[in-house]
Design a protein around this ligand. Structure first.
Ligand code: NAP
Length: 288
């Protein structure tokens, strides 16, 4: 088979960013200055680097940010209070909480403290409910990124057999939901899935978000599959996805690069969501 088509996220990300900036101008003209607050409770250098990128992208376009990084052992009450205080601060228009949270911090208690109207990643309970009901106030940034990537490259979804590897509430589950709403037939795999290869070989469209380098190799995919690798795993050689690009590339018809695939679109989608939740209704119409 010839080389797979490269599903780059760079060009679509530029378009999303341009649109977000136009809305940002309109937002400011309407008298609202967006401000993104983030909360991280982790010692993981990867999570901190990912948070750096969020703040860098906002700084590049002059969006104010506030950042609270807590150690992984911070008491749960401190995490809850931080989210509550930022949520209640009138200067903060957008709020993002990094997951996974440490085990002693109850995710549900944090979700309950994120004001739905400031929620940039569909984390608040009410927003998750609206997403599932098909009336989203805001969509999770990573699924928004994958949706735009597929659309930008004209990848057909309706009627296809889609397999999603990973089921977290912020990535795998909303992705499965998105693909189902776009009329794919969706299988969700996770760490307890037996015979993963049998499931992935059934895919016309394979989306991986397992955070495990080399999880999927060429023996686990069928000819012509379209592969979207969401993962960004830090290894000694740099950043890699879950898919062994060399062997899978011999069989796939199209693949995202890592880096340069979903990642740039996720950052652009974050900007989009920051503006969307910050803007008055007249500006945010059609954004979410
Ligand atoms: P996570 O919390 O570790 O979750 C991994 C998911 O994959 C879980 O659902 C897990 O199953 C499943 N899984 C793990 N090992 C598996 C295996 N051997 N077979 C099948 N399923 C397996 O990771 P995450 O926070 O969701 O992040 C996943 C990846 O996405 C990471 O590489 C992260 O850096 C990347 N990421 C990328 C972007 C982007 O924009 N490109 C944005 C955010 C995150 P269980 O539920 O059973 O544990």
């Amino acid at each position: 088979m010839s080389d797979p088509r490269r599903l780059s996220g760079t060009e679509p990300a530029t378009a999303v960013r341009r649109d977000a900036l136009a809305r940002l101008d309109a937002c400011r003209e309407a008298g609202v200055e967006p401000c993104l607050a983030t909360v991280l409770a982790s010692d993981d250098p990867g999570a901190r680097a990912f948070m750096d990128r969020k703040h860098d992208r906002c700084a590049e376009v002059g969006i104010d940010t506030r950042r609270v990084d807590l150690p992984a052992e911070a008491p749960a009450e401190r995490v809850y209070r931080t989210v509550e205080e930022l949520g209640a601060d009138p200067a903060v228009t957008a709020l993002f909480v990094q997951v996974p949270l440490p085990e002693h911090v109850e995710e549900a208690a944090v979700r309950a403290r994120v004001p739905p109207e400031k929620d940039v990643d569909c984390f608040a309970h009410a927003n998750v409910g609206r997403l599932v009901a098909g009336d989203p106030r805001v969509r999770p940034v990573t699924s928004l990124a994958v949706d735009r990537l597929l659309s930008a490259h004209g990848v057909a979804v309706a009627g296809r057999d889609a397999v999603v590897v990973g089921r977290t509430t912020v990535i795998g589950t909303p992705l499965a939901h998105l693909l189902c709403r776009r009329d794919a037939t969706v299988t969700v795999c996770h760490s307890r899935t037996e015979e993963l290869g049998a499931k992935t070989r059934s895919a016309d469209l394979l989306v991986t978000a397992a955070g495990t380098p080399g999880l999927v190799d060429g023996s686990m995919v069928s000819a012509g599959v379209v592969v979207v690798d969401v993962s960004a795993n830090r290894v000694a050689e740099g950043v890699v996805g879950d898919v062994d690009a060399d062997s899978v590339g011999e069989t796939a018809s199209a693949m995202t690069p890592v880096p340069g695939g979903v990642g740039p679109l996720t950052m652009a989608s974050l900007l989009h969501n920051v503006v969307a939740v910050s803007a008055p209704e007249s500006v945010s119409n059609g954004l979410s």
